[in-house]
Design a protein around this ligand. Structure first.
Ligand code: SF4
Length: 375
């Protein structure tokens, strides 16, 4: 550490930084993003984050829980766990990510936790099985793939191959058929010939994933990849990105359609947009309905009734559908995995006050598929 001779600035090289304090955004009572980890030790060949953010570090579970209890006291219903390499939580404290989520699951007051992203090699059986059995962790995984070509994965210095990735997503779907799985992919990494790109396209069609975040490779100073041969022309990269975004829309549409006619718990947000409100199911389906202040920051069982033909739903004429707690009685929901956390009274939290007025009528429609997920 260096102290400047004049003035009070104290600084240290980012690579030496070991301290971490969990932080969160405090302006939304519905959903809060809690950063539980920073930095990364992986040094993928295309990525500057380890240089910019330093080594992997996090607070202890005990200190993280203190932040979560403060958030819970503020009335927040959902916490999204974020980090640069979230699954690497616990380094230096003899703790790990599974222990963290086990501890979080016991915090009273937070109704949902969502894992923003987790590397495939860190999304091990223990994490998957715990989420499957959890009362609070959402069945939603975002797992970076980056390429469906093992040769390109090696060039990227990723810590898994396509076989491991396929096995991880299959285990998630085996345990939680209703789970939503999102994927990060990069197009146009140096050496990604047409054939290697097609391996990615075919791989993504062969595994049970539900949407993609597609990034076009761009050269970054001080990375290994920038010095590699076989750069791909930018127009080719962009064309591949376009192709994968089309695939993403198809995957997401299929996922939405699969859930039509089911009932899931939706956490509604406060914002009113042209008379409508928005909410997310546990498995990341976006649901909108006419604004009703009674539903703000509440988890409400909702029957998902329709989406339009081209996936651009807002502005379409939604089908009015009666949604009542009678439809979500214990009997009708008992076989529905979407409401596995709903008690016999139909209350997601077990609080009888949350049982909805049976006369409520809502208009439900699905979101535009072109909208990007929130992270
Ligand atoms: S891509 Fe992710 S895992 Fe790889 S070095 Fe960057 S932050 Fe770390």
């Amino acid at each position: 550490m260096t102290t400047q001779a004049k003035g009070k600035a104290i600084y240290s090289p980012i690579k030496d930084l070991k301290h971490f304090v969990p932080s969160y955004n405090a302006n939304d009572r519905t959903r809060t993003f809690l950063k539980v980890q920073d930095g990364c030790d992986y040094f993928c060949s295309f990525c500057t984050i380890p240089l910019a953010r330093g080594r992997s570090r996090s607070a202890t579970i005990a200190d993280t829980l203190k932040q979560v209890e403060i958030i819970a006291a503020a009335g927040v219903k959902e916490i999204v766990l974020t980090g640069v390499n979230t699954g690497d939580f616990g380094k230096g404290h003899n703790e790990d990510f599974l222990q963290l989520i086990e501890a979080l699951d016991r915090v009273e007051g937070i109704e949902r936790f969502r894992i923003s992203s987790i590397e495939p090699n860190l999304c091990h059986d223990g994490v998957i099985d715990f989420v499957a059995a959890s009362r609070r962790f959402a069945p939603h995984f975002h797992i970076p793939l980056q390429s469906g070509s093992d040769m390109i994965l090696q060039r990227m210095r990723r810590r898994y191959d396509t076989a491991l990735y396929a096995e991880r997503v299959q285990r998630i779907k085996d345990r939680m058929p209703h789970a939503c799985i999102g994927v990060d992919v990069i197009t146009g990494t140096p050496g990604e010939t047409d054939e290697e790109f097609m391996k990615t396209h075919e791989f993504l069609r062969s595994i049970p994933v539900d949407y993609l975040h597609v990034f076009t490779y761009s050269e970054r100073a001080n990375t290994t990849a920038v010095r590699m041969d076989d750069a791909i022309p930018m127009e080719v990269r962009r064309e591949r990105t376009k192709q994968l975004r089309i695939l993403s829309n198809k995957l997401q549409r299929a996922f939405y359609q699969k859930h039509l006619g089911t009932t899931r718990n939706v956490l509604f947000e406060a914002e009113e947009n042209e008379g409508h409100m928005l909410g997310f199911t546990d498995n990341y389906l976006r649901v909108t309905m006419p604004y009703d202040p009674a539903f703000v920051n509440r988890i409400v069982p909702v029957e998902l009734t329709r989406m339009d033909g081209d996936g651009h739903i807002i502005g379409a004429h939604p089908t009015v559908h009666n949604v009542t707690t009678a439809n979500t009685s214990a009997g009708s929901l008992a076989e529905e995995p979407a409401v596995r956390r709903t008690n016999a009274a139909g209350s997601p939290s077990g609080d009888p006050a949350e049982v909805r007025d049976p006369s409520w009528t809502g208009t439900i429609y699905a979101p535009p598929l072109s909208d990007r997920p929130i992270f």
